[in-house]
Design a protein around this ligand. Sequence first.
Ligand SMILES: Cc1ncc(COP(=O)(O)O)c(C=O)c1O
Length: 373
Amino acid sequence: MKLSGRISGVSESATIRLIDISNRLKSEGKNVVNFSFGEPDFDTPSHIVDAAKRAMDAGFTHYLPSGGLPELKEAVARKLKQENNLNLVPDNVVITPGAKYAIYAVINSIIDDGDEVILIDPSWVTYPACVNLAGGKVVWTRFDRIGDAITQKTKLILINSPNNPAGYVLDRKELKMIADLAIDHDITVVSDEIYEKLIYEKKHLSIGSFDGMDERTITINGFSKTYAMTGWRVGYLAAPEEVASAVKRLQQHSTTCATSFAQYGAIEAISGDQSCVEQMVNRFRERRDLIVEGLNEIGIPCQRPAGAFYVFADVGAFGGGERVAEDLLNKAHVIVTPGGAFGPESDSFIRISYATSIDQIRLGLEGMKTCLG
Ligand SMILES: Cc1ncc(COP(=O)(O)O)c(C=O)c1O
């Protein structure tokens, strides 16, 4: 059957393809170390699971309003006001089946054919796919060249701090630079803040709180990374009312709503005991330090990333991202993601996710040493 031009142009997600390879190698009895996962390896904290179970037992298993459970929207609006300094009301919030769907829905709600969307290299693999599906044009640039990438057709700049794959965190000066460009050129900013709590050194700032930015910022966030809730599929966006209402309409005719009892779990996540987050962050920090030291010992120079759970390492001296990923897979059964998946200027990098145990990280570093050392 002939597929649409739009879907034909979308390739399989590089990260999801690697999970399939890992499963195949494991089924062949191989000892695989998988550094490609984009999800915490911890279980969802039990108080969150219990809240969802209680909701199910109480019969909250039906459709919800497309914009989300009113109590959850209120809790999200409260959090965004108090922690992120955003100026909004619950009607600016839409609960979605994951942050990924929020990004998809926002891009489809504001991008017309031929509109340009600026992506900063390196960026998460899903952004260009969403832009292409919406008929927009991806314009890749490096952070220090964003101004040069702006044209009459630029509609959107997409930022992600803490960043997947590089783990960098944008500071006030850097965010101000983007905010000034957005205001001067009348551009909307989509700010994906899904890793905001997984931060080790710097402080997270939301660009939507900068002067003049509340009317032109769409803030994306969710529960997957902070609370180890990837399979629950609950995320959200906060946007000016016309965008929130457009996303709601899109959701009415696509997913209807995010899963009802998962939204009850999300209320507990956002308003319950937060010590589980601190515990996870501490464990991620320990793993990050181990992996950065290990890589530097092997001779792969890399900085200590300030956030998320990825190290983006330049392996140009070892033959580049594709070649190294292939060698590590075949010779050491260590799975990493080639950097080219994250942007055209990131070919010489590999992304290593440290969302795995200390033992697995030690084993993986051993394999890498044998292969590249
Ligand atoms: C930058 C970024 N945004 C969004 C997501 C998706 O989050 P969710 O599970 O809420 O759809 C991911 C997941 O890997 C991500 O890395």
